[in-house]
Design a protein around this ligand. Sequence first.
Ligand code: GDP
Length: 527
Amino acid sequence: MKYHDEIMHRRTFAIISHPDAGKTTLTEKFLLFGGAIQVAGAVKSNKIKKSATSDFMEIERQRGISVATSVMSFEYKGIQINLLDTPGHKDFSEDTFRTLTAVDSVILVVDSVNGVEEQTRRLMEVTRMRDTPVIVFINKMDRDGKNRFDLLEEIEKELSIALHPMTWPINSGKDFKGVYNLYDQNIRLFTANTKAEEEDTLNITDINDPVLDQKIGAADAAVLREDVELVDGVNGALNVADYLAAKVSPVFFGSAINNFGVKEMLDTFIRIAPPPKSRETTKRTVDAEEDKLSGFIFKIHANLDPKHRDRIAFFRVCSGKFERNKYYHHVRLDKELRFSNPYSFMARDKSIIQDAYAGDVVGLFDTGNFKIGDTLTEGEDFYFTGIPSFSPELFKEVVNKDPMKTKQLEKGLLQLTDEGVAQLFTQFGGTKKIVGCVGELQFEVIQYRLLHEYGASVEFRALPFYKACWLTSRDAKKLDEFSKFKLANTGEDKDGNLVYLAQSEWFLNTEITNNPDIEFHFSSEIH
Ligand code: GDP
């Protein structure tokens, strides 16, 4: 319990949204409140905008920006906040999914005009897998959005979550007048480009106070009173235990660009969001307050400078204290390693740190020792569970264009897949190497990096597969028969797990029906 105080004042979270909902804008406002940046516009969007002719350097440069802002740490009201950034582009969504395993809670941004969008749905599925507590921010209230009740109903239905409004909007679009804080029972009046000054707050102890009619007009005041009665009547006070158990999500309305409604959410966030919790491993539950260090690698990023091949491995501390220059046990390699230049991420500046505690993310220079899911401990052997590997959606055969560079190619493919850029399968009944990705853009990144970092020239040949599923069965014989019978459609992943590559949904469903003794999994846990 040595580190109780350190742990209790840490909050590690991610902001997730469909691209363009306002994640970057909200991040920037948070950093302004935390004093980590002084001016608006300092946070660069990590969005990858694909031009008609792909510019690989541009992709890399933009990915570089996302490294610099991968973890943003700042202090707010005595709380150390670690905000983990997630790539917005859907081709890199696997990166995002894995980052979500390293956070303790999330804030979901929903655009009030567009409502629930494709990426919102996918991201929420991942948070649900881990019962991660979610706070919802309904953004762009300064635009003519959907009706507030309809929007809440849509979010609840589409994302299968229960919502609990914490603030309530007074109109939207050009008539947007502000929000009523259901918790503090005051009104924040909306002025565009507000700096969240206190004077914009109207304190009323009674919503029937006639001063409300003067400020927002009798008609709007009447609607607000009606709304609040309805919402309060249904919800009552937020049950924080239900939020922590991911059973209910508090909702805030606001406008990130106008810094409106952001402070209310941040204040609630530090009040209710969970500090680092205990985590499951392959051996036992590890409590965040244990004295000994443990943690795992959830992301690896290549160095952008081709002269320096080292990479940055992102290590989430789960218990104990991480210290510079101290030896730790690398479980998979059964090796003791120490780190002389561990980095912390304070906004956009990287700086060397001396120590870190549960909830913190440390950047470790890596010359090829790490892959995603690796664990460091003070001697005990275990892995953290629940770090997912998802079924890719695009498959291509690797065609080696330069047989003299076969060794480099193999090394490059292994390292890039260790980084989690793509998944590698070897087909049975041949030596075909198949790369599986979530998005087209990743093939371009792989081709470019194989050439520039490993000197290996490849082309990709599209394969007509629709999904890869991992197969398990209690009856080993059944698996054996299946793979012999379906030679062209089975293979193994990099770790030797049996994989079925289905040509279409129809084939997949047919095989599932015909093979009741075999389980088909659409994601595999790394451990
Ligand atoms: P991200 O893709 O989720 O990171 O979204 P951004 O933060 O880059 O925002 C996308 C666009 O929406 C930008 O043009 C922002 O200026 C704009 N935007 C963000 N918040 C608001 C808001 O509250 N109101 C309006 N009208 N526009 C906003």
